[in-house]
Design a protein around this ligand. Structure first.
Ligand code: HXC
Length: 257
């Protein structure tokens, strides 16, 4: 891996994935995205890992797709390269991913943060979809996920002007979960990750899947999907352990079985 650093044992059951192209503000070229897809797939298959933190560095989470790599391409080149199949695979990661964002999260960088399940931001984080300034528009979910997250008025303004919003605004709009001083954002993401990692990983996976369906299905079908997942969890040892621990007034020990 050239542009991605992976620490599978960052903490107990928690992996850290770092975008590592700092000179280019972690601009997302095709190789970086392929490496990210491969690392997430490997972590998704690793039973020891329950939660993944995705981060960049203090200056940039990612300043978008690599403009230099894209600039000369034709529509047919773009179609053939089919970069979004990589993004689709990343979106299918079953384990929860927490984006720990500091500095720029722009264009594809903002879209990547939004593909994650939660966002912990540093006070210096700036979110934006500035594609309009370079003659294009968001292509990896910016018009869809941003609109669902912050509502039409705000999304429209961000997408049509390309202006950035601050971490505080992102918090107010419901785009991020929390904002902390820059020196604490990774620790805060870790705290959140630990709070999830001690739960049943099967229940976490089913719950993540069900919440995501709220964006894809009409309510009745979503409720039906949720119900099936709820019933299915009664096939797990973790359900027996969790409920027994409650009754016996002790802390449950979930095994992911
Ligand atoms: C390629 C990039 C880049 C990008 C920054 N760099 N963003 N290279 N693609 N998206 C490079 C710069 O060219 C520069 O390299 C180095 O990183 C540092 O950037 P500077 O511009 O010198 O830093 P600064 O003045 O602090 O400005 C930071 C910035 C600006 C505001 C983030 O770099 C910027 O506007 N970047 C582009 C943001 C953007 O438009 N993103 C959307 C891309 S389109 P050199 O070699 O000159 O030092 C997109 C579509 C997604 O994301 C579709 C789905 C994949």
């Amino acid at each position: 891996m050239e542009f991605i650093l992976v620490e599978p044992n960052y903490a107990k059951h928690i992996a850290l994935v770092r975008l590592n192209r700092p000179k280019e503000l972690n601009a997302l070229n095709l190789q970086l995205m392929n490496e990210l897809r491969d690392s997430l797939k490997a972590l998704d298959e690793d039973d020891e890992v329950r939660v993944i933190i995705l981060t960049g560095n203090e200056r940039a989470f990612a300043a978008g797709a690599d403009i230099k790599q894209m600039s000369g391409r034709s529509a047919i080149d773009m179609l053939k390269i089919d970069q979004f199949s990589t993004w689709d695979q990343i979106r299918k990661t079953k384990k929860p991913i927490i984006a720990a964002v500091s500095g720029f999260a722009l264009g594809g960088g903002c879209e990547l943060a939004m593909i994650c399940d939660m966002i912990v931001a540093s006070e210096s984080a700036k979110f934006g979809q500035p594609e309009i300034k370079i003659g294009v528009m968001p292509g990896a979910g910016g018009t869809q996920r941003l609109t669902r997250a912050v509502g039409k008025a705000r999304a429209m303004e961000m997408v049509l002007t390309g202006n950035f919003i601050s971490a505080e605004e992102a918090l107010k709009y419901g785009l991020v979960n929390r904002v902390v001083p820059e020196e604490l954002y990774l620790m805060e993401a870790l705290k959140l990750a630990k709070d999830i990692a001690d739960k049943s990983p099967i229940a976490v996976q089913m719950a993540k899947e069900s919440v995501n369906k709220a964006f894809e299905m009409p309510l009745q079908e979503g409720l039906f999907f949720e119900r099936k997942n709820f019933y299915m969890l009664f096939a797990s040892e973790d359900q027996k352990e969790g409920m027994a621990a409650f009754i016996e007034k002790r802390t449950p020990e979930f095994k992911g079985k």
